[in-house]
Write a protein that binds this ligand. Structure first.
Ligand SMILES: Nc1ncnc2c1ncn2[C@@H]1O[C@H](COP(=O)(O)OP(=O)(O)OP(=O)(O)O)[C@@H](O)[C@H]1O
Ligand SMILES: [Mg+2]
Length: 330
């Protein structure tokens, strides 16, 4: 006789071609009951019409009957909403005081680092008016949708991404919404997207300390915040405002990332501090959190971002950023 675990494993591995994701990653299994001669199952039928349900049922019955002691399979489909199906273990937001310091880059690299460690990862692009995640990952596909919600688009390495840019007709279209609408869109990306089972959801925040980052900090169940800055920005008070906003909201600052720390000239083996001397360690001390990584100015990295191949990045920083996983376990 097979165990419930074996049934869940066999069932979970079945891939739904429409989404390129398996049953377990979408968290569709609602109930498994074993009897003497077989198994009774309940499964959420999201975005499946009757013929699709029928085809899936045929595959499931065939797969499960391969297991010892399973002669009979009873499968019923039940409705499923994202709020019932999503199981997200950790939510990490990436924040900075001002724009253009590399938040989206760092969000992307954290996600890539965690994915390389074998975790299931998603990115919620909360920068509604200036979304840049899809471009870095080379994503242009429209998300699938059903009455209950939207399905994230998967990157080449399998990171689930949702961004307003994926919903626009044209990547260059402008979103000219005001604060309340932006806040609503961010909440919808949390509540009405089928993220399924994720170990980590990385939230790429819009720049600054205004409405939109505040909405995220106040309305999403954040486990931690990563602060991104450049040596140039460190000289100003802006990044300290971001830190103080996180502290006031009682959000845990997991670490600080100094981007554009230096330019490395390989030919003469020299580091040039283009934006002045590093103050990352000082900032990390003020934030009461570790300095996770110092990312150099790297023309190759800029080219990977522009061409949609950020997942090919081999910088050391990717491994270092994945340390957020260890910090969250503490
Ligand atoms: N270390 C780096 N080396 C080379 N290019 C970089 C580096 N960091 C960022 N860039 C480039 O700078 C641009 C801005 O980076 P990014 O989009 O990550 O910033 P941001 O803080 O998210 O900006 P915004 O505030 O507009 O959301 C990108 O085009 C990226 O390719
Ligand atoms: Mg950005």
């Amino acid at each position: 006789m097979s165990s419930e675990g074996e049934v869940r494993r066999a069932l979970g591995a079945i891939v739904l071609p429409a989404f390129g994701r398996c049953v377990s990653s979408l968290n569709l299994i609602r109930a498994v009951r074993l009897s003497d001669s077989g198994v009774e199952l309940q499964m959420a039928a999201v975005a499946m019409n009757e013929p699709e349900q029928h085809a899936l049922k045929t595959r499931i019955v065939k797969e499960l009957k391969k297991l010892p002691g399973i002669d009979k399979v009873e499968l019923t489909f039940v409705p499923g909403r994202p709020s019932e199906l999503n199981e997200i273990s950790h939510v990490v937001a990436v924040m900075s005081g001002k724009g253009g310091v590399g938040k989206s880059l760092v969000s992307g690299l954290i996600a890539i680092g965690l994915k390389r460690k074998g975790y299931s990862v998603g990115i919620l692009d909360a920068d509604i008016t200036g979304p840049s995640i899809p471009r870095m990952f080379g994503l242009t596909q429209k998300p699938s949708a059903c009455a209950e919600g939207l399905f994230p688009v998967l990157s080449a390495s399998g990171i689930a991404v949702m961004s307003v840019n994926l919903l626009l007709g044209n990547e260059g279209d402008a979103v000219i919404w005001r604060g309340p609408l932006i806040g609503k869109a961010i909440k919808q990306f949390w509540e009405e997207v089928f993220w399924g089972k994720l170990d980590y959801l990385i939230v790429d925040l819009p720049p600054g300390t205004a409405d939109a980052p505040l909405t995220v900090i106040q309305s999403l169940p954040l486990n931690g915040i990563v602060i991104v800055s450049t040596p140039q920005e460190l000289a100003s008070m802006i990044v300290r405002k971001a830190i103080s906003m996180a502290q006031q909201a009682h959000s845990r600052i997991l670490g600080v990332v100094e981007n554009m720390s230096y330019l490395y000239l390989g030919d003469i083996d020299r580091k040039i501090a283009v934006f002045g001397p590093s103050r990352g360690a000082e900032l990390a001390r003020d934030a009461g959190a570790p300095l996770l990584a110092q990312i150099p100015i790297d023309p190759n990295l800029a080219a990977l971002c522009d061409s949609g191949h950020i997942e090919d990045c081999q910088l050391d920083a990717v491994k270092k950023l994945a340390l957020v996983a260890d910090l969250l376990e503490k």
